[in-house]
Design a protein around this ligand. Sequence first.
Ligand SMILES: NC(=O)C1=CN([C@@H]2O[C@H](COP(=O)(O)OP(=O)(O)OC[C@H]3O[C@@H](n4cnc5c(N)ncnc54)[C@H](OP(=O)(O)O)[C@@H]3O)[C@@H](O)[C@H]2O)[C@@H](O)CC1
Ligand SMILES: Nc1ncnc2c1ncn2[C@@H]1O[C@H](COP(=O)(O)OP(=O)(O)O)[C@@H](O)[C@H]1O
Ligand SMILES: [K+]
Length: 493
Amino acid sequence: MKILNVKQIRELDAATIQNEPISSLNLMERASQAFVKWYEGRFDTTKSISVFCGKGNNGGDGLAISRILSGKGYHVRVFVIEYTKDASEDFQQNLVKIENLIQVKSVYEINAMPEFVDDHVIIDALLGSGLSRPAEGLLAEVIKKINDAPGPIISVDIASGLYVDKSNEKADTIIEPDHTVTFQLPKLAFMMPQNAAFTGDWHVVDIGLNEKYIADASTPYHFTDQSSGEALVKFREKFSHKGTFGHALIMAGSYGKIGAAVLSSRACAHSGAGLLTVHVPECGYEILQISLPEAMISVDQNRNYIASVPELDSFSAIGIGPGIGQEALTVRVLDELLSKIKVPLIIDADALNILSKHPDLLEKLPAKTIVSPHPKEFQRLAGESANEYDRLELARNFAQKHNVIICLKGAYTAVILSDGDVHFNSTGNAGMATGGSGDVLTGILTSLLAQKYTPENAAIFGVFQHGLAGDKAAKKKTKTAMIASDIIDNLGW
Ligand SMILES: NC(=O)C1=CN([C@@H]2O[C@H](COP(=O)(O)OP(=O)(O)OC[C@H]3O[C@@H](n4cnc5c(N)ncnc54)[C@H](OP(=O)(O)O)[C@@H]3O)[C@@H](O)[C@H]2O)[C@@H](O)CC1
Ligand SMILES: Nc1ncnc2c1ncn2[C@@H]1O[C@H](COP(=O)(O)OP(=O)(O)O)[C@@H](O)[C@H]1O
Ligand SMILES: [K+]
């Protein structure tokens, strides 16, 4: 699924109107019907509704939604906030359509706002994708008043005051909805943790916008939804054998952190690699052998941390990093590995921290190496950013400059390809915010690389699979009780 910018969204609207063809008023009607269909599935007619409309097309949607809901037996109050004399054409037409059906109250000053009762639903149709500056004056006061209301808030298309594709300032006044019902495509703003309060649960409703425009639109931003994630799976051929699926090498663990090696190795074995060798310091030998008899163990000469690179000839992909520590000899191991490696590589955790401290090693990274930092590791690697949009740009530049693939981990992990394209992941949940989840991802990615997934597909599909398994684990055990091992136990489909 693509994520488009504001200009493209406007063009998409126009392309639909022109090519279908459909009048813009009827397109607004279709969008409003789609919103109402979503609403009916959630709230019954016992709950009263207050709809707050601005005077652009988002407000026009609000008026149409009010009329349709009222026709379905909902008790609806409608308020138009009079922050300007100008109103869009479709807003005006919808005002005429509603006039004899529901009383519309004009709000010229904050004291004219209604009082709210507990289970009263608020629909926010003040400002949509046309936001061009922060909400101020009466609009800002209204937004604050709505945010203080006890009942649920549902934003039409996007929370009023939130930009679609660029960062707000901290001081901006923005609606804090429980739900956002957005039209046709997810918005870039929804991907950013900084906007969590201004997004709520978001839902995309199909309003039949022009498919050709969407297919042709050029954008770096994509969303790996269920269908695009599942489409990447490589099914096993009938006559395949273990040699078909590659031989993965995982280099992980140090004294006190052998668990990281166990987690990444188990995840690797459960993700389809034909063979798996785990290189661990001596102290990890028995632990690994017992916890994962399916793996072969390559025992380092050093007791407590990895100090040597094993013979690499037989491996088809290598993952390094979980729990390895940053001892001087381990730094040398990473250096030597980067000089010798001829197969796809994934670098995570302490191996990333070593890269941050030894930036000269960055120049040695083989093309299309996958790096999987969480935000703190990425900051160590690439530096600070003022906000998450800037961080994403920094990551896109970093990926292009070093010709690597970055899995920037988070609620919507961003897989950033070496051409700068970004694929936000749709799966996963806050139950995965627990020690070891990242080690599991490293194992999955190593496994997919060993199976000859392209590094791009390995990263996108691996992150998707990881989140999917996390979602299954949360369903069975709850987000609170699940641990990283549960993600492994729920791999597969
Ligand atoms: N695209 C689609 O597919 C479809 C879109 N639809 C709907 O249309 C919505 C977009 O409509 P829209 O373009 O009229 O924008 P919207 O936000 O309602 O108002 C813009 C007006 O507000 C003004 N303004 C801006 N910021 C302001 C501020 N802080 N304080 C005060 N004023 C401010 C701005 O002024 P200007 O920037 O021109 O000075 C302009 O006059 C979209 O979100 C969706 O709900 C559906 O109906 C059909 C399918
Ligand atoms: N709130 C969340 N929603 C979805 N996924 C999450 C969330 N929090 C963490 N995760 C996922 O869990 C993993 C955590 O990785 P990481 O921070 O490296 O953990 P660790 O170092 O403990 O293994 C990442 O893949 C991340 O995307
Ligand atoms: K809105």
